[in-house]
Each structure stands twice: as C-alpha cells, then as structure tokens.
Ligand binder design. Sequence first.
Ligand code: UN1
Length: 499
Amino acid sequence: MEHAQVLSALGFSNDELTGGSLAVHSPIDGAEVARIAETPLSDMATVIAQSKQAFKAWRTVPAPRRGELVRLLGEELRAAKDELGALVTLEAGKITSEGLGEVQEMIDICDFAVGLSRQLYGLTIASERPGHKMSESWHPLGPCGVITAFNFPVAVWSWNAALALVCGNPVIWKPSEKTPLTALACKKIFEKAVSRLGNDAPEGLMQVVIGRADVGEALVTSRDVPILSATGSTRMGSVVGPKVAARWGRPILELGGNNAMIVAPSADLEMAVRAIVFSAVGTAGQRCTSLRRLIVHKSVKEELVAKLVKAYGSLPIGDPRQDGTLIGPLVDRGALDAMQGAIAKARSEGGTVHGGGPVTEGVPGGAYAAPALIEMPGQTETVKTETFAPILYVMEYEDLDQAIELQNGVPQGLSSCIFTLNMREAETFLSATGSDCGIANVNIGPSGAEIGGAFGGEKETGGGRESGSDAWKGYMRRQTSTVNYSAELPLAQGVKFDI
Ligand code: UN1
C-alpha cells in the first residue's frame, strides 16, 4: 500500500496532515508523509487541567464499567488491525507481520485489562486488636502521563492506557516526535470506543499532545500528573526520573536494555540459532528487548558462530511491506550512523566484524543496514553500551559463574536468557544468584514477551513495571484501613495511654 492510502484508510484528512510544523518521515523510503500541528507549550496547562477535571468524573465510574470502555477499545482495535498495523510499518519501518503483532499486543492488553477491571482486589489483614478489622483497598490516583518511544509506537501506550483507564485514571499521551501519526490514529480509534460507551467517559479522558522534549517536560514537572510512565533511552530516564521524584510523582521507567543470551554446551543449537536471529535482527534490532550480547560456551562457539554467519548471510533486507522481508529499515540516518560508529569502535577494541554495512541496493531509500555479528575478546565499553541497531556481540565463557558474571556485568537490566538442556544450569540462571534482569527466560530469546507478565527491568532500565501481573498497582493508590467495631479503644503494640 502507498503511504497516502494507509493514511486515508485510518481517516486522516488533508488538513490534519499538512500545514503543521512537525515533519513526519517514513523510514521505509525517507519520504516526508505529513507536516502536522504541534501542541503549543502554552496549551499544556489547559490539557493537564482538563485531565484533572476528567479524573474527578472517571474515578466515580465503577471499575467494570471503565473496563467496558477498554473492551470496546479492544473491539475497535480488532476492526482496525490491518490499517493500524500498516501505519506502524509506515511510520516505524517494521515488517508487516511485526506491525500487526504490535496491534495484537494492544488487543491482548485490552482483554487483560477488561478482566482486571473486576479484579482490582485488596486484602483483609488480621488485626492484633480485638473487635478490629484491617483492610487494604486500591483507589484511582489521577492523570497518567505516558511518554512513548518510536520503536513500539502504539503497544507501549496501550499497556499504560488500558491499565490506567480501568484503574480510574485519565491519560495524556506524548508520543515520540518520530511517530506521532500512529498516536493520532489511536486517538481516533479510542474516540470510536468512547462514542459507543455513551455518557460515562468524560471529556479529555485520553488526550494526545504532539511535540518535542519541552511538551513532555510539561508532563514530567506537573504536580497534577501523579503518574508518569516514560519509555526511551537511559539518558532520557536519568532526566525524567529525578524530576518526577522531586515533585513527589510516581515514575514508571522503561529504559535501555543490553540483553544477553547464554548458550551452554547442552543447548539445542538449531533452536538457539532461530531464537538468536529473531531477537537480534527482528525489528532491525530496535526493540528494547533485542538481543545484543551472546555469551557462548567455548566448546560450541565456533560451531554456533559459523551457523550464525551463514544464517545472517541470507536474511532478506528491504522494503518492510514486501512479503518475505525480515529486516526493514532503521528509523533514520542518525540510527545508521550510530550503528556504524559502534561497529568501528568495537573493531578498534579488537572485535572481528561480520556484516554490518549500510545497504543501498534493492531498497527503496531509507537507512538500511546488514545486521552485524561481532566476535569480541571481552566485554568492552562498546559492548556495555546499548546501540539501537542490529549488532550482536559474541563473547565466550568457560564456566557458568563466569557467564552469569558477564551477563550481569552491564549497567542495564531488562531481559536475559539461557539456552541449555541442563536443569541445574537453567534453575541457577533463574535463581537469586543468576540473572539480575527483570526478565529471565530459558530456551527462548529475550524479546517478544507476552503481555500477561510484568514488563520492565532493573538498574539503568529504570525499575518500572508495565503490562501484566500486578503492574496495575503502579497506577493506583493503596489505602490501609482499620475499623474498630468494639466498644473499647485498645492501642496497637500494647501501648497504654489512659486519660
Ligand atoms: C520495547 O521494545 O519497548 O517483549 C517493548 C517485546 C515486546 C515489547 C518490547 N513485547 O519484545
């Protein structure tokens, strides 16, 4: 499909796509596809005030009814899956199947959140005092700012929005300036769900603000935005986190990863190769969960590297819309330059480089590159740095302790995995002395997590959790209540204070 067709299928009018100050380019061919209006900084106070107002109404709507809105959103996403998937491909450069997969991830989190809307459970807790009841309940917290990155332009919003909405919070979404069209398309889809719900959804329940860092900054620094979820680089998080904390807000940070796979001597190598290739070169290495480091036992390293070099040699690179393409473009020229810079640095640190060069033939323009496999003499500074591109550094190990030390020996802590058929090794990797990451897998690559689990990581990844499990608790305030239904007033801890 041509760019214009994709945009019109989602209901964009010419007015929306022209005359603004933010130029949007497609990574597929580098073409400018729109010039859209930016949210003036001076509007942010009104946006936030409207969200605050919406909160007052939305928090009183029963949670299962809030879930109904999210159920309708899931229905609308199902209906728009092909069109929205195509827009993800257009704006982020993902291959068709991954664009559709991202929309499926949105549908999945909506289903999860609908069920959750009847399960925002608290606890009853045994009181030490006679005739007393202790309990814990969860209440809506307030406007939730969501700052998302270009690489998952819609799914990460939905992880946050679906939960925030059932939890009783309005959402203000600031998408990456590289992918604002997908956000505006989601807003249109959301509005359809709102109009089907009827009167319960207040004005301003989900707002999208378009702009650059200063627009995001307005959310980050506002005391009226108690929850601020931000996905992006560690550098961005190191600015956002302290600012949110300084005004007593709650940050949910999902930052850089530097994800590793340990390949043990007993590993099923054929399976490992498939997992490595998908997680290292899928999405052109631009997932926060992409595989970046391979830690291979020295007894299998030669064989595995040979298999990988062969597999890498035949990967179809090109137009992500075309059937059969597995590697689409990098997001822009800057990403290609960063990739080439990292490869040059790795080489200067003693790395042996396979592939990794820019690809200019058989591609429709844009910034395309062959994936790089780099055999490294050790875990150098370059290996410890996340480069958002398909570069896989290979290192060898002799015993599992050393492999785990290498795996944990980077500043980031998002995702990790081990390929082994040895149960002792697998369980050690998952134990308290194993991987230090938020995600640790066995015989599966580090990327492509399901929405049912909590998603996020430790150390410079920021510590936030989104998506499944009990991540919803990050979007609510906890209230502990003690009720005295006796005629006495005993004090806790046996304290006496008679007057
Ligand atoms: C991201 O790259 O920010 O686990 C999110 C995965 C996807 C989400 C990635 N489900 O790879």
